[in-house]
Each structure stands twice: as C-alpha cells, then as structure tokens.
Design a protein around this ligand. Structure first.
Ligand code: S3P
Length: 189
C-alpha cells in the first residue's frame, strides 16, 4: 500500500544525498517523537510521517485494536514492513514507534536511510506524561509504573546503541526541535 505516493518524497538515489537523508526520531513512549517531529517539519518544510499513524492507516485500525486482535508479534511484523517502505523515501521527518529500533533488522534498514536521533527524557518526566494514557497497549495494566520502569531500563541502552545522536529532550518540544536543527545545520552546512 502506498500512502505517501501522491507526495513528492524523492527516490532512493536522492536518499544518498546528505541533504535528502531522512531524519529519524526514536525513544521511549512519551518522549515527544511526534510533537518534535511536527515542529521539525514546520521548521524545515520536510514532510512528517508518524509510523504508528502510517500503520493505522494501512490497517484501518488503531494500534490498540491491532494488539488486541492480532497480538504484539503481528504488530512488530507490520512495523518492519512499514520500516522497509518508509526507508525507501527520502527527505522525511519520521517519528518511529517506541519499540521500532529494538529489532536489529529495523535498525539496520533505518540507519542506512538517514540520521537517527534518540530523544532522551528522564524517567520521572515520562512517568508524568504517560500517567493518564489510554492508547498504548503496553501500558494498560494495573502495575503500569513498574512495567514502564522495567521497559525503560531494558530499552535505554538499546536506544543509545542504535542512535547516531542522543538529544537531551526533557525540555519543551520546540526547544528539542531547535537542538536537532542546530545539529543538522552544523552537519550539513
Ligand atoms: C510501542 C510504542 C508505541 C507503539 C506501540 C508499541 C513500544 O509508539 O508503537 O504501542 O513498544 O514502545 P509510541 O512510542 O509512539 O507511543
């Protein structure tokens, strides 16, 4: 399925051009990938894609419904398929899901398609941001806080290993977007 077909998102050849490399945002649930991505899209004029929304559109269901009806493993397969499709595009700002870079295969494909930023938010801030969340299947459990902490401790080293750049991201999203932009401007004068 080709949701992005109508937009001019470039070819794989263009993706080799540093100016057309995708800008990829990863990190724990609630770290601001989507909000920062939208800000960056406004600042740069690049198209923004949220991978969870992309999968939801393709499947015609919410992430919660996919988990409930088909299970996490099925969702992870859809995620890898979405990674393959989106990595073919160039010049995108792409907000990944919180689990996307945990699969080695996804990570390899994504790093070839662009520059991967980790939005690094301290755990207490994430806990506060997510305390009333009703949309993320992994958090809908009575021991939410303990489960989140376990996942956070497990995942942070993997995010750090995957990322090209770690961005301190406890600040407001506009500030975080500006930090990324400054880094990109320094890298790609
Ligand atoms: C997940 C994070 C979610 C979504 C799915 C699984 C995860 O994305 O992909 O619920 O494994 O951390 P966000 O990080 O955008 O919430």
């Amino acid at each position: 399925m080709e949701i992005l077909e109508k937009e001019n998102l470039g070819t794989p050849e263009q993706a080799a051009d540093p100016l057309r490399r995708n800008i990829l945002l990863c990190g724990f649930m609630g770290c601001g990938k989507s909000t920062v991505g939208k800000k960056l899209s406004k600042l740069t004029g690049r198209p923004f894609v949220d991978m969870d929304r992309y999968i939801e559109k393709q499947q015609g269901k919410t992430i919660a419904a996919i988990f409930a009806e088909s299970g996490e493993e099925a969702f992870r397969k859809m995620e890898t398929q979405a990674v393959r499709e989106l990595a073919q595009k160039s010049g995108l700002i792409l907000a990944l899901g919180g689990g996307t870079v945990l699969r080695e295969e996804n990570c390899r494909i994504l790093r070839e398609s662009g520059i991967l930023f980790l939005l690094d938010v301290p755990f207490p801030a994430l806990k506060e941001r997510l305390k009333n969340d009703t949309t993320r299947p992994l958090l809908q459990r009575p021991d939410r806080e303990e489960a989140m902490q376990r996942l956070f401790l497990e995942r942070m080293p993997l995010y750090r290993k995957a990322a090209d750049q770690v961005v301190p991201a406890g600040a407001p999203c506009a500030v975080v977007a500006q930090r990324i932009l400054e880094f990109l401007n320094a890298e790609m004068p």
